[in-house]
Design a protein around this ligand. Structure first.
Ligand code: BGC
Length: 822
């Protein structure tokens, strides 16, 4: 413990001693959606939390208060660079400070157990070591800036179906070696100031009450000394929570803590010392972030300012994974006179981030069309939609100028709010000035729509309650949307869109639109919030005709660049995917374009794996994930060769969905068995001898590497390699261990460590890579301990899993016998 830690502890103890039971229990409950109450009597400011992980949204869910949007976590992980993750973290700390946020609700370090997982894009990898390394860098970076992190979701929130209640049945060894492993690594390496316990159960106990995993494992074994906050609305029991080690129940004001907790203590069902322990953790957090008077903040001088746009662009390119590049199709030949046909709906309306709580509102978005238009000479670029992946209505956005008008029961206007899209998401007291839950009777989303195209436009709604929809002054629909059978508390947010009416409109002729929502009684709701949306879908054009137009454009150009993408209704928090197909006619589009132009480059804009059935028929395939706000600029950088694509796959891309190791995420009778045990990701492909489309760790740069020597001394590997290509580059040297004649049941091989190296053409470099002790250990449940497995290991220096370039043998002594071994 440092001197500063000691001072903080003393201040915390003194502050705690001044609080009565009611104040203490009040501090453990959210006062609203994002914050804890201030306690001026002890000099405690209100602690403010915010999502995470690609930006800092702040306390308002609106584009009026923009944030830098970095690439998706899958993209950050694809850079295989904890140092880069640390720089991302520092930028986020800067954003948090700017927005008055003390604690970031990130990173998300659940594993890619199945590619169906709705929040796959928000997690890093299928591999616990890579996840732990990237997560550690991220946490260190945010906390370098004096802002807390909340590593989430502890543990087992690896899919979304029935996420509030599902009981994930996970064997102890699997839990330790896979799902807990990233949390353990991050807690030990980066000492996060917070953790978020998940909605789900693990082995019969809900995570907000899991004394064993929180009390014994996280705090006891790993020494975690941060605060533990429930996922939003996950805390269900006052005694279960406090005795299970849950410090804070969010959001508020109605929670199982606060006065309910004080009463429970007074009734003798819970000792006050349990409340004190939780308050101590919250006060320690406050002390660390500088929100408790008298306690020195951990960081008094924040790191040097970071240029957010530049970093977003850099990370995007560093995470792009080039998985195919026939005859050096990329970088593109940009000689004068060369032409590019850019094709795809997502090339114009870029999809830069995944849906759900990870959403932030960037100030600007550079689409592929914007990026390439800026980078190519005039006249070199044409654009065609080709195919529209979105078959469902989406929040009214392009062409709409909307505002929200709040009225009382008499129809008098109380206040107005600006609205960047048709989505109203007002949480807690974040209402337009003049409006309040008590006085508001209706909210009208109203304004002007300028259609881009003539034809039949569809309008719809999302959200629960009574609506009236009018377009061009005509009421098109009036009705009530009731909750479904399995009402998710966030249904208004993630629920399916409902089409309500269609109307013929003419391009460039503006019309008035209006959606009026009757405000329900919010007093009884656990969360005061207004959420509903006006949705729209432009005229359906004949898909064959659209493809034919794209083919004509491709034929006329030297190169065709097709951007294919998933949609918000495919990849989001709140639900899982059903398959890995690209939505709409996008596969047909790629096939048709590739047949018309041999120089077809496909850019895959998806946060998680999708099937690419045409992948062998195109010249190049570049995976760009959700590339963040500067994605289009980074894409131009990479396509034109200003930057090399730096990514390596953090997760295996299956050739077909059926090949994925885990293809079922729907619980049976509320239980989801992790029956595959240790065999997820590349471990499973190897065990089942299945060849994926692209293996874990795979990715091409713009230069070549020769692996020259591998030496292993003790548990350190030294790999020498030379850049044999013609330009500067970065290689990720991956070291896998494969036990020879194993005497225990283990996967055939696993990632032990990795390092990035950079070199100029002709230059040789050496990577010195320490193989961590944990890479040689297994969890032994009978002895409840880690056991080093001695024996012969093949050490593999590899470009990707299964692409081993050099091997060496390592003989590991068995551990000392009991007595010498703690
Ligand atoms: C998500 C969390 C998020 C929280 C607050 C929850 O639904 O699971 O990841 O931090 O909402 O937005």
């Amino acid at each position: 413990m440092t001197d500063a830690d000691q001072v903080r502890n003393d201040v915390v103890e003194a502050a705690l001693g001044k609080l009565d039971l009611d104040t203490k229990t009040r501090l453990l409950a959210g006062q609203d959606m994002w914050s804890l109450p201030a306690l001026p009597e002890i000099g405690l400011q209100s602690l403010v939390m915010s999502d995470g992980p690609i930006g800092v949204r702040g306390v308002r869910w609106t584009a009026d208060d923009p944030s830098i949007a970095l690439p998706s976590p899958t993209a950050l992980a694809a850079a295989w660079d904890p140092g880069l993750a640390r720089r991302a973290g520092r930028l986020l700390a800067q954003e948090a400070r700017r927005k008055g946020v003390h604690v970031l609700l990130a990173p998300t370090v659940n594993l890619h157990r199945s590619p169906l997982g709705g929040r796959h894009f928000e997690c890093y990898s299928e591999d616990p070591h890579l996840t732990g390394a990237i997560g550690s860098g991220y946490v260190s970076g945010v906390q370098d800036g004096g802002v807390g992190t909340t590593v989430k979701h502890f543990v087992g929130n690896d899919a979304e179906t029935e996420r509030f209640t599902v009981d994930n049945v996970i064997a102890p060894r699997t839990l330790r070696e896979l799902y807990l492993a990233p949390f353990e690594a991050i807690v030990k390496n980066a000492r996060p100031w917070g953790i978020m316990t998940a909605y789900n159960q693990v082995n019969g106990t809900t995570m907000t009450e899991h004394q064993h995993l929180v009390g014994e494992v996280l705090r006891g074994e790993w020494g975690f000394d941060g605060y533990n906050v429930s996922d939003w609305m996950a805390a269900r029991s006052t005694t279960g929570g406090i005795l299970g080690g849950l410090d804070v129940a969010m959001p508020g004001p109605q929670t199982v803590y606060g006065s309910a907790l004080a009463e429970t203590v007074r009734a003798g069902r819970v000792p006050e010392s349990a409340v004190d322990a939780a308050v101590r953790n919250v006060l320690r957090l406050a002390a660390r972030v500088g929100a408790l008077a008298g306690a020195p903040a951990v960081v008094t001088e924040p790191p040097a300012p970071v240029d957010g746009q530049a970093l977003a662009r850099e990370i995007a390119a560093r995470g792009f994974v080039l998985v195919r590049n026939q005859e050096a199709a990329l970088p593109l030949d940009a000689a004068p006179g060369r032409t590019v046909a850019l094709i795809g709906a997502a090339a114009r309306d870029a999809r830069v981030l995944g849906g759900g709580s990870a959403t932030v509102f960037p100030e600007r978005v550079v689409s592929p069309l914007d990026g390439l238009t800026a980078a190519l000479p005039e006249g070199a670029l044409t654009y065609a939609v080709g195919a529209d992946p979105s078959e469902e209505l989406v929040p009214a956005d392009k062409g709409f100028e909307l505002r929200a008008v709040c009225r009382d029961a008499s129809g008098a206007v109380l206040g107005e709010g600006s609205l960047p899209s048709g989505q109203v998401q007002w949480i807690g007291d974040d209402l337009p000035v003049g409006a309040s839950y008590e006085t508001m009777a209706s909210i009208e989303v109203t304004g002007r729509f300028l259609p881009r195209e003539s034809g039949e436009h569809a309008f719809g709604t999302r959200g629960l309650g009574a609506f009236t929809l009018a377009v061009g002054g005509r009421t098109l629909w009036e009705g009530v949307q009731e909750p479904g059978d399995e009402a998710d508390p966030f249904e208004a947010f993630f629920g399916a869109p409902s089409e309500r009416a269609r109307i013929e409109l003419t391009a460039d002729e503006p019309v008035e639109v209006s959606l009026t929502f009757q405000v329900p009684d919010t007093t009884a709701l656990p969360l005061k919030a207004i959420m509903f949306s006006l949705l729209h879908l432009g005229p359906r054009r004949d898909p064959d005709e659209l493809i034919a137009q794209a083919v004509a454009a491709a034929r006329a150009a030297d190169t065709a660049v097709v951007v294919v993408a998933t949609t918000e209704r495919v990849e989001s928090e709140g639900f899982d995917r059903r398959d890995l197909r690209l939505p709409g006619r996008q596969d047909d589009l790629v096939r048709a374009v590739a047949a018309a132009n041999p120089n077809t480059v496909v850019v895959v804009n998806a946060g998680s794996p999708v099937e690419l059935p045409w992948r062998e028929d195109v010249a190049a395939v570049l995976l760009t994930w959700f590339p963040g706000q500067e994605g289009g600029a980074a894409l131009a950088d990479v396509l034109l060769g200003h930057t090399e694509p730096g990514g390596r796959l953090p997760t295996t891309w299956p050739a077909a969905f059926a090949d994925a190791p885990v293809t079922e995420v729907v619980p049976a009778d509320g239980r989801l068995e992790y029956g595959e045990g240790l065999l997820i990701g590349y471990r499973a492909y190897e065990a089942q001898n299945v060849t994926p489309a692209y293996p874990f760790g795979y990715g091409l740069g713009y230069t070549d590497w020769a692996y020259e020597s591998l030496e292993v001394t003790g548990t350190t590997a030294r790999v020498r390699l030379t850049n044999t290509g013609t330009r500067h580059g970065r290689e990720v040297v991956q070291v896998y261990l494969a036990p020879v004649a194993d005497r225990v049941e283990r996967p055939a091989s696993w990632l032990a460590a990795f390092a990035g190296v950079e070199a100029d053409p002709g230059e040789s470099v050496e990577a010195e890579i320490a193989l961590p002790a944990r890479a040689f250990e297994i969890w032994d449940e009978p002895s409840r301990g880690w056991q080093r497995i001695g024996g012969t290991y093949e050490v593999r220096a590899a470009h990707a899993h299964g692409d081993t370039r050099l091997t060496a043998i390592l003989e590991l002594q068995p551990p000392q016998m009991a007595g010498n071994h703690p």
